[in-house]
Design a binder for this molecule. Structure first.
Ligand SMILES: *Cc1c(COP(=O)(O)O)cnc(C)c1O
Length: 361
């Protein structure tokens, strides 16, 4: 071992050294249907107006630390109740990190049904929280008795419920979610990253539960490059999380660009409406394929299962055909033989379906 490697082994925490870094596969030249991005860009006139707005931005000054204008606009667009506050994160990933920083401690637990969004587990590990994953049922619905037993046993500081869930795409039963919120001794974060594609939300429920906060992001809406997430909830919680926020976490280009974008919400509404309609097409077409089991989705992606042992081969065949999706088979468990495809433009979805059909025979 080199001297440097020995020093790293001595000083970098063992649990960190044991991790794999979050891997983003290269997508050069491929139809990119692996990351739940909105495939559409803006009309040229809108891009011009945006660039004109940026002209007035002073990069020599720190951004508005409270981002008051942006928060007001977000509150309106996202339907945050007037009684509730908002804090912003550099993507919702940063909000998950802020919650963890404020709540971590010896024997503190983060709990989530599994499979779910991997950052809940990763950030719990980074911050020294113990993570407990509770298996979903075979159809990816909540196993309420097992969840309630796990809550009783572990008394989690935080529970994450992604609604709709990633990578499964389904929404959990609302009554089961409410039972979990009611049984939880700590905070419940309902993560609504895909709310633009779903038909229900817990935003109006914030007033009903003293241990509920709702998280949203602009990423899946069409602004993944900006990195902007928000947490809505009562200031009694949010005021504490705000203390661990780095002072200027939302840069000035993001603040100005997001505000601009939200003034043109109809553009995003049209895009998400299109994506929802195309999702129904993809669901229906996948459902017709022999050897494919497709799962219901209220998100901008679709999870499907192929014949045992075929996922790697089919993933590779699609990639050779120029289509990049997500192979979840390696995560094992309930995700064995599962692949996930983001809904793209109609012609991208056609290319995916054609390549898949070829790979299946
Ligand atoms: C994509 C995703 C996020 C992360 O969103 P960012 O704002 O881009 O950090 C959060 N939660 C879920 C469930 C997601 O799928």
């Amino acid at each position: 071992m080199s001297q440097r490697a020995a020093r790293v082994a001595q000083w970098i925490r063992e649990d960190i050294r044991d991790l794999d870094a979050y891997h983003v596969p290269p997508a050069d030249g491929l139809i990119k249907l692996d990351a739940m991005e909105n495939p559409y860009v803006w009309p040229e006139s809108l891009t011009d107006a945006w660039l004109e707005t940026l002209r007035g931005v002073g990069l020599n000054r720190y951004p508005d630390p409270g981002a008051a204008d942006l928060k007001a606009r977000l509150g309106e667009v996202m339907g945050v109740p007037a009684t509730m506050d908002i804090i912003l994160g550099n993507g919702s990933d940063e909000l998950i990190q802020m919650i963890a920083l404020a709540m971590a401690g010896p024997d503190r637990v983060v709990l989530a049904p599994e499979p779910t969004f991997v950052m809940y587990r990763m950030i719990a590990t980074f911050t020294g929280l113990r993570y407990v994953g509770v298996p979903l049922k075979d159809d990816f619905s909540l196993d309420l008795p097992t969840m309630l037993a796990a809550i009783e046993e572990h008394r989690p500081a935080v529970i994450y419920l992604a609604y709709p869930n990633n990578p499964t795409g389904n929404v959990f039963d609302r009554a089961a979610m409410q039972a979990i919120i009611e049984a939880s001794p700590g905070l419940v974060v309902v993560d609504e990253a895909y709310s633009a594609f779903a038909s229900d939300t817990f935003m109006p429920d914030l007033d009903r539960y003293d241990n509920l906060v709702v998280m949203r992001t602009l990423s899946k809406l069409g602004l993944a490059g900006l990195r902007l997430g928000l947490l809505a909830g009562d200031n009694t919680w949010l005021g504490e999380f705000d203390k661990v926020r780095l002072p200027y976490n939302i840069n000035v280009l993001t603040q100005v660009s997001a505000e601009f974008a939200l003034r043109h919400q109809s553009v995003f509404d049209a895009q998400t409406t299109q994506i929802r309609a195309d999702r129904e097409q993809v669901l229906a077409r996948l459902g017709l394929l022999q050897g494919v089991r497709v799962f219901p989705s209220q998100a901008n992606f679709v999870l499907f299962r192929v014949a045992p042992g075929q996922a790697d081969r089919i993933f590779a065949a699609l990639k050779s055909a120029g289509v990049l999706i997500k192979n979840l088979d390696r995560q094992g468990g309930l995700l064995a033989d599962c692949l996930r495809v983001t809904v793209g433009k109609p012609e991208e979805n056609e290319a995916f379906l054609a390549a898949l059909q070829k790979a299946l025979v």
